[in-house]
Design a protein around this ligand. Sequence first.
Ligand SMILES: Nc1nc2c(c(=O)[nH]1)N(C=O)[C@@H](CNc1ccc(C(=O)N[C@@H](CCC(=O)O)C(=O)O)cc1)CN2
Ligand SMILES: Nc1nc2c(ncn2[C@@H]2O[C@H](COP(=O)(O)OP(=O)(O)OP(=O)(O)O)[C@@H](O)[C@H]2O)c(=O)[nH]1
Ligand SMILES: [Mg+2]
Length: 488
Amino acid sequence: MKLNDNIVALATPAGAGAIAVIRVSGPDAIDLAAPLFKAKSKKDLREVPSHTLHLGNIMDGERILDEVLVSVFHGPKSYTGENTIEISCHGSPYIQQEIIQLLIRKGCRSAEAGEFTLRAFLNGKMDLSQAEAVADLISSENQASHQMAMQQMRGGFSNEIQKLRQELLNFASLIELELDFAEEDVEFANRDEFQSLVSRIQQVLKKLIDSFAVGNVLKNGIPVAIVGEPNVGKSTLLNALLNEERAIVSEIAGTTRDTIEDEISIGGVGFRFIDTAGIRETKDVVESIGIKRTFEKISQAQVVLYLFDASRLSISEGHTDRHPELVSGSQEGPTPTLEQVKLEIEKIKNQFPQKPLIIVANKIDQLSEQEIADLNVSLSSVEGSSYLPISAKTGAGVEELQQKLLQFVNTGELRNNNTIVTNSRHYNALLSALEEINKVQEGLNQNLSGDLLAIDIREALHYFGEITGEITNDDLLGNIFANFCIGK
Ligand SMILES: Nc1nc2c(c(=O)[nH]1)N(C=O)[C@@H](CNc1ccc(C(=O)N[C@@H](CCC(=O)O)C(=O)O)cc1)CN2
Ligand SMILES: Nc1nc2c(ncn2[C@@H]2O[C@H](COP(=O)(O)OP(=O)(O)OP(=O)(O)O)[C@@H](O)[C@H]2O)c(=O)[nH]1
Ligand SMILES: [Mg+2]
């Protein structure tokens, strides 16, 4: 990729809109665009100050392509650090293409994905983790992912890493200086001070590494699997949570054959709900594939909602007999007892021992107050899970369920504005840095010589540098920016 030429791209989404923005960046961006623009004020774009806006026509020879607004940015004071022109035209795809093609004929090249931001990085306008945050910011869909991306883009994470890196670098230089005076047995780097720096770095790294568990789920949405026997109302619950008719609901057991997923934000946090095929013994090949997939989804989920049909329950312990007319007519199989439901719950718990489980009694609109109270008594005591009665059909209890789900997320880190690591590249670099720092720690304990200590310190510094982009290579940059959109 050439980096000293002039690039052009549409900065707004493809397709028709009220307005579209075309961005040109490079050493000749202003010189290239100036002859194509006839300003109402008659001013020449080459003579206007930076960060000014001008009304006029874009001309292809004698032909007016559009009436536009042009903004001018003088490098290095621009987003990319280069001379930049932005053309706000009317948002017709035809006009957009005519203007872009005109600019290409005059010597611009079509920008590649992320190339404007790549240039911003290479020109020192931002470091690598800030550039990565730009992509996260564009794809953020809820308050949590927005806040994390914003903090990273503004340099919160970079500053923390830079500070550690600088302090470590100072010590590395001192230790390396000692090596030059090897015969004289001097100690420039105070080992006690270094010891305390090393433990402080370990602490910060551990905190950042731990934050990834939260950051990763907050960024990608927390997967919640809705499971249970056929016909208990899983798809109805999905629809209630999403507030749209996303999944097919019917009184026929085995309606959902494949998993259905959709995301929604609850309290600013993204949740991805996964409706699954009802679990039962079946000879139907397609259904059994669906059930196999259900178990895969449970293992990937962060939280599992185990749904059962409380209206079909025969509460065998004898407090309550279900009235036969309340038992809706269309299910197959015998009426389950509460003990059988508990057995199913135990099965799931044994199979996925670490998984947070919420037991949800559905269809309570069919139950009397007394029956709901009885259920409460027997199910609130099931160990290692929490219990909630709902009606997916009427919406009763659905809000309580959402609140319960929020409790599984540690939003404290967000509220306290702590740095949260969301990027697996950063996470891996942090793990490697910690490994190296632990080696330094061991070396200090064993009174290792300065030259050996310096090697591990340099390794740790390398991983810090990878995060912020002081240390990088074309492959890494290619990978990161290829995931950007064109025009960013
Ligand atoms: N029209 C438009 N809107 C946009 C952008 C853009 O490039 N163009 N941005 C792009 O993503 C974001 C804003 N980011 C920007 C960041 C820096 C500069 C800039 O000109 N910086 C100079 C001058 C700063 C100053 O005036 O003090 C600099 O950093 O030196 C412009 C936009 C979002 N909205
Ligand atoms: N009375 C009542 N009926 C409900 C409730 N929730 C679901 N139903 C009904 O139960 C039947 C099955 O609902 P579904 O949502 O399709 O059940 P499912 O668990 O997705 O079933 P499968 O996809 O076959 O596993 C439908 O007739 C729903 O209208 C509820 O809260 N109260
Ligand atoms: Mg279903």
